[in-house]
Structures are given as C-alpha cells and as structure tokens.
Design a protein around this ligand. Sequence first.
Ligand code: ZN
Length: 67
Amino acid sequence: MAKKKKGPRQTTGLKCSECGTFNYVTQFNKVNEQLKEQTKNEKTFPLNKYCNVCRKHTSHKVAKKLK
Ligand SMILES: [Zn+2]
C-alpha cells in the first residue's frame, strides 16, 4: 500500500479560460506560492500561455488537483 504523500508540492493542470481546454500539466510548491504572495504581493496564476485551440495566448487557470 502506497502511503499518501503529504507535501507542499502539488501537481495541477492548467486550463484555458476561454475554451476550457486542458493544455498544461504543471507542478508548483504551495508554500512558495504563498510566500510569494505575501512578500511580493503577486500571484503566479493565472498564467498567460499559448492555447492550441484558440491559437493565441490566453490566461490559463489552475484546474483541479490531479492525483
Ligand atoms: Zn483556448
């Protein structure tokens, strides 16, 4: 039985906010994100990424946590 790993690192997907296509899978460190928000007052997400369906850069939101 594999134990559930508890860590700040999370795997998430990035979804295009215009067409809703799941374009990217990324990992980010939750703790680092919170630190960044507190110190620099800036957020990593949503990200501007290229969408193949829209054929342009759109803002990509974090989709639900993957397994
Ligand atoms: Zn799109």
